[in-house]
Design a binder for this molecule. Structure first.
Ligand SMILES: *[C@@H]1O[C@H](CO)[C@@H](O)[C@H](O)[C@H]1NC(C)=O
Ligand SMILES: *[C@@H]1O[C@H](CO)[C@@H](O)[C@H](O)[C@H]1NC(C)=O
Ligand SMILES: *[C@@H]1O[C@H](CO)[C@@H](O)[C@H](O)[C@H]1NC(C)=O
Ligand SMILES: [Cu+2]
Length: 241
């Protein structure tokens, strides 16, 4: 159920977004901003910027367009920080989630299709607030309004070829089941200097990792939240070194 105030707030959040959606189209590494879709697989929404709604779609793997050219693979040292420039701004509420997947035997970052239980999560964000209970919308999401996002490649992962998957899940209208919006992209990386002492775990697959009725995807962020730090980010737990 939705109170009239909640609905007004929700609509106010929805209306300006038609023209304000976002993509992750430029890789950032060591102060360099690479051209559009260089080392990043070109996404299905590279022109429209539309969100993906269907979490059962294979497009969930890398948000990839059809018949894309190989964007190339960037060599990156384990422990280094890699970023994505955001085309637009992250103008919806929701978590930023990072995954990696190692290329299966016989495949490379460029040739792997992202199928199977190969994705492990390396970071995620949860909302924070100053006071409890949180007055309506007085909680904040890290990366709200961001124009770039950054992630440290875990130091301990084995060297090898990987996809790095960035995902922003917009949940401002997720009080309606299925109205979560997914934005994301995959970069093709060759990781060197990995300590190799870590064993990433557990693995998830796309589609399959998320359900439309799970608490992190079917909720009303416009309600007062007593403990938003308990927000349950979809997918497996974060793996750390
Ligand atoms: C997604 O797939 C699951 C498992 O097969 C199914 O239960 C669910 O209804 C599907 N959801 C949608 C929106 O198609
Ligand atoms: C996740 O990223 C944030 C920065 O956005 C950082 O402060 C935090 O330490 C990272 N967590 C892990 C487990 O790497
Ligand atoms: C987003 O950032 C821009 C530029 O810094 C600023 O003008 C705008 O007020 C910000 N919007 C929100 C909602 O914080
Ligand atoms: Cu939207």
């Amino acid at each position: 159920m939705l109170a009239p105030l909640g609905l007004m707030v929700a609509l106010a959040t929805v209306v300006p977004t038609a023209m304000g959606h976002y993509t992750f189209q430029n890789l950032l590494y060591k102060g360099v901003k690479f051209p559009d879709y260089t080392f990043i697989r070109r996404t299905f929404n590279h022109i429209s910027h539309f969100p993906l709604f269907d979490l059962n779609s294979t497009t969930m793997r890398c948000f990839e367009d059809e018949n894309i050219p190989n964007p190339g693979t960037l060599t990156v040292k384990a422990g280094d920080t890699v970023g994505f420039n955001v085309d637009g701004r992250i103008i919806h509420e929701g978590p930023l989630v990072w995954y990696m997947a190692r290329a299966p035997t016989g495949k490379t970052a460029a040739t792997m299709d992202g199928s199977g239980p190969i994705w492990f999560k390396i970071n995620q964000t949860t909302p924070y607030i100053g006071t409890t209970p949180a007055p309506i919308e007085r909680f904040t999401w890290p990366h709200y309004n961001a124009t770039e996002v950054h992630i440290q490649i875990p130091k301990c992962i084995p060297s090898g070829e990987y996809l790095l998957r960035v995902e922003h899940i917009a949940i401002h209208i997720a009080f309606l089941e299925g109205q979560h919006e997914f934005f994301g992209a995959c970069a093709q990386l060759k990781i060197t200097n990995g300590l190799g002492t870590g064993a990433p775990w557990p693995f998830a697959q796309f589609p399959g990792a998320y359900r439309t009725d799970e608490p992190g995807l079917f909720l009303n962020v416009h309600d007062n939240w007593v403990q938003p730090d308990r927000y349950q980010v979809p997918g497996p737990p974060v793996w750390t070194c």
